[in-house]
Design a protein around this ligand. Structure first.
Ligand code: 8X3
Length: 250
């Protein structure tokens, strides 16, 4: 079988694009909560490669472990883990924050990434090989107003990524942080809870990144020769210079 890649959050956006771009050259375990989308993607990609689907919530540690246990034994040697699942929920000053939104972001973006890594990394350690690619965000490098808890969750991802690289260094495991700026996906619709005006405003007057741009980078990272680790990448659309500086044409 080809190298096995495990992608979380594969039912849309960046995760789906990563699954698509890696399908010709890798076997895929695609994960997500939306079973219908997962099955549709699996049916499509199975024309190109072997595909397994796993539907579970990354923030439920028992569900993560049960999902991994359910994989056929020949699928358990996961060589590339792409921790992509994550979202923003709401954008508000700290004193008006919604606790359920905070929990969803810390549980999904940070604890979820940790749970999946905890479940998969021991196999990599045993085999002394593997790639872990964590999709963070510019929000994990620079805080911006009203981004408080989302930024905290992504700063956590950045810290965890750097820590993993240290801990897994003796085993030849590559740990990569990819930090996108503005990418047009369902991200803003989720963040603004379906408010189309607010969501469209995020990308107004500028050309954002698209999911495929990030997927191409993941492909590049995975295809480096074994002695090369792309440890950390920040990827902006050309119109963006920082979390808060975006060149918009009116
Ligand atoms: C997504 C980028 O700038 O909306 O993580 O936080 S941003």
């Amino acid at each position: 079988m080809k190298k096995i890649v495990f992608v979380t959050g594969a039912t849309s956006g960046i995760g789906e694009a990563i699954a698509r771009i890696l399908a010709p050259s890798h076997a895929l375990v695609i994960c997500g909560r939306r079973v219908d989308r997962l099955e549709k993607l699996a049916a499509e990609l199975s024309a190109q490669t072997d595909v397994q689907t796993l539907s579970f919530d990354v923030s439920d540690a028992d569900a993560v472990n049960a999902a991994l246990d359910s994989l056929p034994s020949e699928w358990k040697n996961i060589e590339v883990l792409v921790n992509n699942a994550g979202n923003a929920h709401g954008r508000a000053p700290i004193h008006e924050g919604d606790l359920a939104d905070w929990d969803a972001m810390i549980d999904g973006n940070l604890k979820g990434l940790l749970y999946v890594t905890r479940a998969i990394s021991p196999g990599m350690v045993e085999r002394k090989s593997g790639d872990i690619i964590n999709v963070g965000s510019i929000a994990g490098k620079e805080v911006y107003p009203d981004g408080n808890v989302y930024c905290a969750s992504k700063f956590g991802v950045d810290a965890a990524t750097n820590g993993m690289r240290m801990d897994l260094n003796p085993y030849g495991i590559r740990v990569v942080g990819i930090h996108p700026g503005l990418v047009e996906t369902e991200f803003s619709m989720v963040r603004f809870k379906g408010d189309e005006d607010k969501s469209e405003g995020v990308y107004k007057g500028m050309t954002p990144l698209y999911a495929e741009d990030i997927a191409e980078t993941v492909k590049f990272v995975v295809e480096r020769p074994p002695h090369v680790t792309i440890a950390d990448m920040t990827i902006f659309p050309t119109a963006q210079a920082s979390s808060t500086i975006v060149n918009r044409q009116s």
